[in-house]
Design a protein around this ligand. Structure first.
Ligand SMILES: [Zn+2]
Length: 65
């Protein structure tokens, strides 16, 4: 497991920033690797990514009006 005792074993707290591409490269790698092996976090990631895409659509529509 992780060498850092205070580390979040799962990456859910990082998923929002991961979707927005706001993480350090090192953290982005860690999240990507974790998502490949963790169904639970992968499901949360899809939800966060979809919500983020919807928000982007809404913003784009607002701009058009
Ligand atoms: Zn996980």
């Amino acid at each position: 497991m992780s060498a850092d005792p205070g580390d979040d074993r799962h990456v859910r707290l990082l998923l929002g920033a991961y979707v927005l591409d706001a993480l350090e490269a090192e953290e982005t790698c860690r999240v990507a690797r974790h998502l490949q092996g963790c169904d639970g976090c992968a499901r949360v990631y899809v939800e966060v990514a979809e919500a983020s895409a919807l928000l982007a659509l809404l913003r784009a529509e607002d701009l058009r009006e």
